[in-house]
Ligand binder design. Structure first.
Ligand code: 3HC
Length: 311
């Protein structure tokens, strides 16, 4: 019966077995994985926009080459994750269609503008820093293709974070104006980076089930706390002011305490009313349409090749 199948499935998950595409899985497990993996892929692709915005304006050839390499990596991560989602019986076209119809999300953080070059440092350091903490945990997710995608992606992400931190270090140790730019970028990206980890655990509708199915291995609040504990010492090395007056080490807890997150802002942004939501989606829709001729050419070529083979 269905109950027996579900029981056997849960026993496999509890025994830390990897679930593979051809294995039986509850429909709801498949559904939530398509939701999460596709939104992860959308995040990687949309995340190319704020950084891409500065490729032509990087302050040196080296910075330009490094940023170009990072943005190309994000594209690859996106395509890798769409392939992982396709193993669950969906198609890339469906996933992109859902994004364009506002039915699928991408990470809130990419709805904030990159106003100065220091923002590119803050994005690499804070956003990729947060993404790495989330993705390292996801290397142990119960669905095989997703876990393997994470292992590969995490290898590339550490360079992303290091190049961002190096930009921040150069600015923070530079002129007064450069240090002020770095401080401004930290102030604007700090809270949105904390929001990347999702709502508090008791406000998170998907967490309980995702933890039971070991899709999620650490909770939103656990990962957020790890990020804060790792990043505050880095702010001190930069010699910048803490972006939250309530940030302070709590010896008893062995963690940093920090102030309240503005969840109003979070829900406003994920509902589509953040600073750049409309432009990010319009840009993605246009890029997709501009690429139609490439997909048509590939299909025509494939048909011809098949035709030749059949003949
Ligand atoms: N941005 C947008 N939506 C968010 C969000 C965020 N930062 N945090 C949570 N949400 C959404 C969830 O998707 C969910 O909505 P849905 O049911 O329509 O999908 C709702 O808010 C409630 O959140 P939950 O905590 O209940 O949802 P999850 O259990 O899915 O947890 C998550 C949210 C922690 C983001 C989880 O989905 C996850 O770990 N996803 C994979 C990681 C990911 O997407 N990372 C993108 C980071 S950016 C990146 O990787 C690019 C980097 O290389 C720069």
């Amino acid at each position: 019966t269905e109950q027996d199948l579900e029981r056997r499935f849960q026993a496999r998950v509890d025994a830390e077995e990897k679930i593979e595409p051809k294995d039986w899985m509850p429909a709801a497990y498949r559904k939530t994985l398509i939701r999460q993996i596709s939104q992860h892929a959308h995040s990687e692709v949309v995340g190319m926009q704020p950084e891409g915005n500065w490729i032509t304006r990087a302050p040196s050839l080296r910075r330009k080459a490094v940023l170009l390499a990072k943005v190309q990596d994000e594209a690859g991560h996106g395509l890798y994750l769409y392939s992982a989602a396709e193993t669950l019986g969906t198609t890339r076209e469906e996933l992109v269609e859902a994004l364009h119809r506002g039915k699928a999300k991408y990470s809130s953080i990419f709805n904030y503008p990159t106003l100065t070059w220091a923002d590119i440092g803050a994005v690499g350091w804070l956003v990729d820093g947060a993404a790495i903490i989330n993705q390292v945990a996801l290397q142990r997710t119960s669905y095989g293709p997703y876990a393997r995608a994470m292992i590969r992606i995490c290898k590339e992400e550490s360079f992303h974070q290091r190049q961002g931190y190096e930009i921040m270090l150069a600015l923070a140790k530079g002129s007064a104006q450069q240090k002020a730019m770095a401080q401004d970028a930290l102030n604007r990206f700090w809270w949105p980076s904390l929001m990347m980890f999702g709502p508090n655990d008791d406000e998170s509708p998907n967490s309980a089930q995702s933890m039971k199915w070991k899709i999620k291995r650490k909770s939103n609040d656990q990962l957020r706390q790890e990020f804060v504990d790792q990043t505050v010492p880095q702010i001190e090395v930069l010699g910048l002011e803490l972006p939250d007056p309530k940030l302070r080490w709590n010896e008893a807890r062995g963690h940093y305490d920090f102030g309240a997150i503005d969840w109003e802002e979070f829900y406003r942004v994920i509902k589509g009313n953040g600073p750049c939501n409309r432009q990010r989606l319009q840009h993605h829709i246009k890029a997709e349409r501009d690429g139609d001729w490439v997909r048509e050419a590939m299909r025509a070529y494939e048909d011809k090749r098949r035709g030749r083979e059949a003949a």
